[in-house]
Design a binder for this molecule. Sequence first.
Ligand code: FAD
Length: 294
Amino acid sequence: MDFKDYYINTEKPVISFEIFPPKSVNGVEKLKETLHELAGLSPDFITVTYGAMGSTREKTIEIASYIKNTLKLETACHLTCVGSSKEEIKEIVENIVENGIKNIVALRGDPPNGNKNFVPHENGLSHANELVEHIREFEKQSDKITNSLGIAIAGYPEKHIEATSFDEDIKYLKKKVDAGANVIITQLFFDNKYYFDFVKRVRNEGIDIPIVPGLMPILSAKQIQKITTMCGTSIPEELTNKLNNASDNNYIAEEIGISQCIKQARELIDNNVPGIHFYVLNRASNIKRILQSL
Ligand code: FAD
């Protein structure tokens, strides 16, 4: 199945997980064990992120291929514009397809090495809408691609950190959709109000593809502070106070994160979201508890 088919006529929300390729060989082996546990939770698909500067390119495809061909679960490779020419992107897309993978999460990527501004490859692409267009054009040319791929793009309930206004950000989101994306997966958020408002804004712009909320179980106060600073997600005061009280006690922080995730997921499901994309951070235990309680 691909992204085009997933969210149509589903009786229950589509559950997906997102994992990232570890740096070391040992890490990859450990992740494979975790993947067996994650597969046991029967998600509809698992996506694999793409590291800065294409640093995890081979590992992204290797792990996605493991999910697809060994675990026999549907998967998606994330792909960014960072550090690749248009020709290299075509090779990567063919490689993805050759591994039997039918879905891509198409992104611009963050500026590498903590740089503030995104600098495209000299023969590359500047924005995710160009990447979606490039993939759609290439699909028509390549003999190896017989079926159109499922393409997901990123959406930002609190607007993208670089965008000068929400309206501008939604205008560019529309460009990605018009270029041929099938589904929007959102950045993580801790207050569902942002998601519900975002959906209204997006629908007002005439965008009608599924908008899948992204939720992340917190692992520690420090970790979530770092991630939210990077991606511009706000943490509600009540949650901040709880995490401050947890201080360096990661066990307590994780428990807070599990309760928060369950609370958000319940309300989202009650409001008939098409699915939930969990940023599982390569851990099975927390997501297992979250899904069990749903
Ligand atoms: P874009 O859609 O290109 O937007 C980037 C900024 O430029 C926005 O401010 C937007 O308003 C503006 N903009 C968009 N189009 C145009 C245009 N045509 N002209 C002018 N301005 C424009 N990062 C990784 O490195 N690897 C991953 O695997 C990864 N996975 C992710 C998965 C999800 C679900 C999400 C939400 C994010 C992910 N990211 C990943 C992070 C993402 O790469 C960053 O948020 C990045 O800064 C923006 O990517 P984008 O695809 O949204 O870019």
